[in-house]
Each structure stands twice: as C-alpha cells, then as structure tokens.
Design a protein around this ligand. Structure first.
Ligand SMILES: O=C1O[C@H](COP(=O)(O)O)[C@@H](O)[C@H](O)[C@H]1O
Length: 256
C-alpha cells in the first residue's frame, strides 16, 4: 500500500472566545452529521482542562443529535467521578448536564478498580473494544472526532514530555502513575488511537499558551507531545486557537 504522509495541521485563529466557540460548535456538528449519515452514530473522545468550557456552543444548537453520540474521555484522572479533578465531572458540569444525551452514551472509567491501574485501564480499553471492534477491520478504533487541549509543557491528553508512554504502540488505553501534573494517577488514549482518528481538534487559548503553541506548530522537530498528533491519512488535525495563543506562531492560518 502506498504510504501517504500525514496532512499538515490546519490552524484557525479567532479574535475572541465567542467566535472560537461558535466555529468549534459548527465544526463538531458538521463532523457529527457526516458520521451519522455514514454509520448512524458519532464517536467522540473529549479532554478535560480548559477544553469543556469551549463546547458550550453545542448547548441548544439545532442539528445536534445527542442520542447518536458515543462519548469517551481522551484522558481521565483516577479519582471518583464526582471529584473536582475528574474530567468527567468537568464535562458533566460544563456540557452534559445541560443537554439531552443518554447517560449510557457517556463512557466513564470504573473507579472501583482504582487499586489496580492495569485492570482499570484494561477495563476502559474493553469499553472501547465493545464500541469499535468488528465494525471495521482496523487494528485501532477510528474515532470520528477527538478533542484535545495542550498544557504549557506541551502535553496533551495525559501524554507528557519525555514519558515512556509516548512510545506505546499496542495498547489503546494506558495508565500513568507519575503524572508531573496533579493528580499523578491517570489513564489516557495512546498515540495509535489518537492518530487513527478521522479528525482531531485542539483548542488552546490565552497568552499563557503562546510559547507552547509556537514550539508545537513551528518547531515540530522538538517533539512535544502535542506535535506528535498527526493522524494518518485521511485523518486531519485542526487547531482552534485565539489570537493571544497564536501571537508568536509563524505557521500559516487558514480562514474558516
Ligand atoms: O491535565 C490535563 O491537561 C490537559 C491540558 O489542560 P488545559 O487546562 O491546559 O487545557 C487536558 O487537555 C487534559 O485533558 C487534562 O487531563
């Protein structure tokens, strides 16, 4: 089979958060429409951190078919689901408690397995296998959309700089016990999963992310975790940022 290099990232920069929220919700609904037309459902993985607050353009938006969404977490902290550090709690607070998504369509970690992180991450992987296996012959799941953030150190999901997990090639879900950012115990989707997605969209805002974004987009050879997100063709990576976050970036912007 011919090998195609991954497509270059597409960078959208907005002058204010309202424009970003609006464009992002439009982009997500378009992705959902395509997926539902093709396969009758929309598989999406969502991060925590600052990202969920930018999804509020979906609340009450016409065209969102919540019953077709199957939601997983791109990463999750190993804490109770109602703990302030839980990415699930954050997504519930910012979005899912405000929309008619069936609770069974939101796939959370099984916190009762907290004493054995291998079991906990295997159980989450099984949840993915149940959703994706046998639907196509791919070795890895093909998410319709993965929504990611980027930390000031360039980490994304719970893939941190210089961590051995960056080299994971087999597992769909892996655990980490020594996250440099609190809390230390987490699970994360691995690169093979992220880089098989149909679309990955990063969201990053604020001047505090300007240096990080410059390194990620202008110096991919530095190998920061977010730069390594390069979905295999025909997958595509998009960046939704504000002008403050993009202020130091030379990488070309695309008009929406
Ligand atoms: O710890 C995490 O950090 C990243 C980035 O967070 P942000 O607040 O700087 O946007 C986030 O994407 C990830 O889900 C989370 O667990």
């Amino acid at each position: 089979m011919p090998h195609h290099a991954p497509s270059a990232p597409i960078l959208y920069s907005f002058s204010n958060p309202e424009e970003l929220v609006d464009a992002l919700s439009h982009f997500i609904v378009k992705a959902q429409k395509e997926a539902v037309e093709k396969r009758g459902k929309f598989t999406v993985a969502i991060s925590g951190g600052s990202l969920p607050q930018f999804l509020n353009g979906l609340i009450g938006k016409p065209g969102v078919k919540w019953d077709k969404w199957q939601v997983f977490y791109a990463d999750e902290r190993v804490v109770p689901l109602d703990h302030p550090d839980s990415n699930h709690k954050l997504c519930m607070d910012k979005l899912f408690s405000k929309v008619p998504i069936p609770p069974d369509n939101i796939h959370t970690i099984d916190y009762s397995l907290k004493d054995d992180l291998e079991d906990l991450s295997d159980a989450y992987e099984k949840e993915l296998i149940h959703e994706f296996a046998n639907k196509d012959s791919a070795r890895f799941p093909i998410f319709d959309l993965i929504l990611l953030g980027v930390g000031p150190d360039g980490h994304t999901a719970s893939l941190f700089p210089n961590h051995p997990l960056l080299s994971e090639e087999d597992r769909w879900v892996a655990y980490i016990e020594d996250s440099p950012k609190e809390p230390p115990e987490r699970i994360t989707l691995t690169y093979p999963v992220i880089n098989h997605a149909s679309r990955v969209a990063f969201v990053a805002t604020g001047a505090g992310k300007a240096d990080t974004l410059k390194t990620v987009l202008d110096e991919p050879e530095a190998g920061l975790p977010a730069s390594r997100v390069r979905p295999i063709t025909p997958g595509q990576v998009f960046w939704f940022v504000d002008d403050a976050a993009a202020s130091k970036v030379e990488y070309p912007r695309t008009k929406m």
